[in-house]
Design a protein around this ligand. Structure first.
Ligand code: FAD
Length: 397
């Protein structure tokens, strides 16, 4: 590990943070359904570096935003930008004017190199697009990437995700959906790899103060609100930036059905509004192909507002009305209140460097991505690079 002797102190009984397994009566579910995309290059690189077979463990599918009634669009497995063009032309539920105006918008974004004013929201960026295009494409992409509706989400960050997904080379826009639970997917293997390299992994060990580590190089890899507490006295300006971030919730409702699901794909886009809050449904049986997971569904409510009971009931009704599932019961509902920082226009995020020997990483640290696995991983890699360059500087002087 580049000559470092690593010690990892984790507050929780297990590693994995927000992307971890949660057992329900022995069933390996997650703290929330996660989805990666092909553009997550650092994430995939690090997973492969610790020995994970990403082709085996992740189900790779071309981007699909189709609803049960067939409306919406699906990208063919063609190179960009032809895949997007064909998807727009063959989309169901749009008029020709809608398709033309979306194509013009996409070309304009590309011509402007996916840049826009920092103060713009996604709704402002897309103000000339029709309601059908907004509801079948922009809203689902925006809420799943930034966990905010288009009226509140940063257009600049949205365009960056679109650029990486649509123009990032072959497979960048593919959805990569875990075939196993999230702990098995990554943290468990990562811990074994770290231990093989001689690292000390200590779980159930919250750090209450950074003082005792003052002589050591430290990577502060906890959520924004914890990092703000730990740095309040030593780095008040940085701590203030971290503590001003607002957060938005994601609710995952796990359902069990006895009905056979003959979905053409393990993921289905849903019509979503206040009465029917889930945007996506996942057939865990089709993904995991293990018998206990047959009939298990995960319905995801990004930017969720309601309480657990009301959301669960609304999602059960939505599964009945939109997916035709009559005999369905709720297994478990996970409400993660601080799932993602609110990625609003003009947001100031804390930088990675706090001092010579102290750096911070996490999805909330200043960077191009919203609160995602890729944002967290890129930030982690950058933090370690910063520490390494400080060490080189010290050795040289
Ligand atoms: C329900 C849900 C769905 C999501 N879906 C997606 C998705 O589909 N795609 C995607 O890319 N991203 C998704 N995300 C976001 C993704 O999970 C996060 O961006 C990512 O996990 C953030 O990683 P992190 O290391 O920055 O923080 P965390 O995962 O929060 O890890 C921080 C760690 O610090 C530990 N800690 C806290 N305080 C202390 C302390 N004082 N001492 C020691 N340890 C401490 C915590 O226990 C935790 O393990 C989702 C998140 C949620 C909650």
């Amino acid at each position: 590990m580049n000559g470092w002797q690593v010690r990892l102190l984790e507050a929780a009984p297990q590693v994995g943070g927000r992307a971890r397994r949660v057992l329900h009566q022995g069933l390996p579910l997650d703290n929330g359904q996660h989805i990666l995309i092909g553009a997550y290059r650092e994430t995939l690189r690090l997973m492969q570096a610790v020995g994970i077979d990403t082709e085996q463990q992740l189900c790779r599918l071309p981007l699909r935003l189709r609803r049960p009634d067939g409306s919406g669009l699906q990208l063919p497995a063609w190179p960009a930008p032809w895949n997007m063009l064909v998807a727009i032309l063959t989309a169901h539920g749009w008029r020709w004017q809608d398709k033309l105006s979306l194509t013009q918008h996409a070309m304009r974004w590309r011509l402007n190199q996916f840049q826009c004013d920092d103060a713009m929201t996604v709704a402002m960026l897309c103000r000339d697009l029709s309601p059908a295009v907004m509801s079948l494409l922009i809203e689902p992409l925006c809420v799943s990437a930034l966990n905010l509706p288009s009226q509140e989400a940063s257009a600049k960050v949205f365009l960056r995700v679109m650029q990486d997904a649509l123009m990032g080379g072959a497979g960048s826009s593919d959805m990569l959906i875990p075939r196993c639970d999230l702990s098995q997917l990554w943290p468990d293997t990562a811990v074994k790899w770290l231990q093989q390299q001689g690292a000390d992994i200590i779980t159930g060990c919250p750090v209450h103060s950074l003082d005792e580590w003052a002589a050591d190089p430290v990577v502060l890899a906890c959520p924004a609100w914890e990092a703000a507490k730990l740095t309040a006295t030593s780095h008040p300006a940085w701590s203030a930036l971290a503590s001003q971030l607002q957060h938005t919730a994601i609710t995952t409702v796990y359902l069990q059905t006895d009905q056979a699901l003959h979905w053409p794909s393990p993921v289905m886009a849903l019509h979503s509004d206040t009465q029917a809050p889930a945007q996506f449904a996942f057939d865990k049986g089709q993904l995991c192909q293990q018998s206990p997971m047959q009939g298990v569904l995960a319905l995801v409510v990004s930017a969720s507002q309601g309480d657990r009971q009301a959301t669960t009931e609304a999602v059960l009704r939505q599964a009945r009305d939109q997916l035709g599932l009559q005999q369905t019961q709720a297994l478990m509902t996970v409400v993660e209140k601080r799932a993602a920082f609110a990625c609003v226009p003009g947001l100031r995020r804390p930088p990675a460097q706090l001092g010579n020997n102290l750096v911070a990483c996490g999805d909330y640290i200043d960077g191009p991505y919203p609160a995602t696995l890729e944002g967290a991983v890129q930030s982690g890699v950058h933090a370690v690079d910063l520490l390494a360059s400080c060490r080189i500087g010290e050795n040289a002087s």
